[in-house]
Design a binder for this molecule. Structure first.
Ligand SMILES: C[S@@+](CC[C@H](N)C(=O)[O-])C[C@H]1O[C@@H](n2cnc3c(N)ncnc32)[C@H](O)[C@@H]1O
Length: 216
């Protein structure tokens, strides 16, 4: 098996039509709950990095303005079709690199990163960019799977990393060291259910600038 980076997987190019079929429904119910619990206020500016086919899009309230960015044209064209078919005027998508965002500092009230931390080649840089474009006091919301801290399970999932990279995601990112490498001020870390493989991380860009993660 050729060694590739997760974001180079065919899942995000020629197999993009399969993405919605396989992951769309499973991912949507999780994202719907997270977005609902955020209670996004009217007029809020929202950025979703690595928005892909727009799995989360139906969950955003129409009173906020949402920009989805992604590097993969095949994923974005599916997102664009959903926007058009549903007549969503509060949503737009742009082709852009999450590691090098083309927005000025302090632009968005919310920056979302759903199922993308383990896909981009440099997730620490992605979070730095998310923080840069987030307004002081704004929210950074991450939903992702992280490698288990249970030694046996953790080692087993890490051993699967070459295979999952080929499929389109990494399985070697552990939550605590990852967050500590970023300068994200973490307010809450939780799971939607006890058995869930996915973790929700709510971070905030504070008014005094960034500071190191609090105890996770
Ligand atoms: C697993 S999908 C998640 C899509 C969507 N957020 C969801 O929850 O269904 C990961 C997405 O990240 C995108 N991606 C990978 N590297 C990226 C980068 N550097 N900049 C922007 N998007 C990127 C991929 O093209 C893909 O659409």
């Amino acid at each position: 098996m050729a060694e590739i980076e997760a974001h180079e997987s065919k899942l995000y190019s020629e197999f993009a039509p399969l993405y919605d079929k396989i992951f769309g429904k499973i991912f949507y119910s999780r994202l719907e709950r997270v977005i609902e619990e955020l209670d996004i206020p009217p007029g809020a500016e929202v950025l979703e990095v690595g928005a892909g086919t727009g799995t989360s899009f139906p969950a955003y309230p129409s009173h906020c303005e949402v920009t989805g960015i992604d590097l993969a044209p095949d994923m974005l064209s599916r997102a664009q079709r959903k926007i058009r078919d549903n007549g969503w005027t509060h949503l737009k998508v742009l082709e852009m690199n999450a590691l090098d965002l083309e927005f000025p500092d302090d632009t968005f009230d919310y920056v979302m990163a759903f199922h993308v931390v383990t896909v981009v080649p440099d997730p620490v840089r992605m979070i730095a960019e998310a923080q840069r474009v987030c307004k002081p006091g704004g929210n950074i919301v991450i939903v992702n799977h992280f490698t288990s801290d249970f030694p046996l399970l953790g080692s087993l999932t890490e051993a699967l990393d070459p295979l999952t990279r080929w499929l389109g995601w990494r399985t070697n990112v552990r939550l605590k060291p990852f967050i500590e490498t970023t300068s994200l001020a973490v307010e809450k870390v939780y799971k939607l259910s006890k058995a869930s493989l996915y973790t929700v991380v709510l971070g905030r860009k504070d008014h005094n600038g960034f500071h190191l993660a609090r105890e996770l």
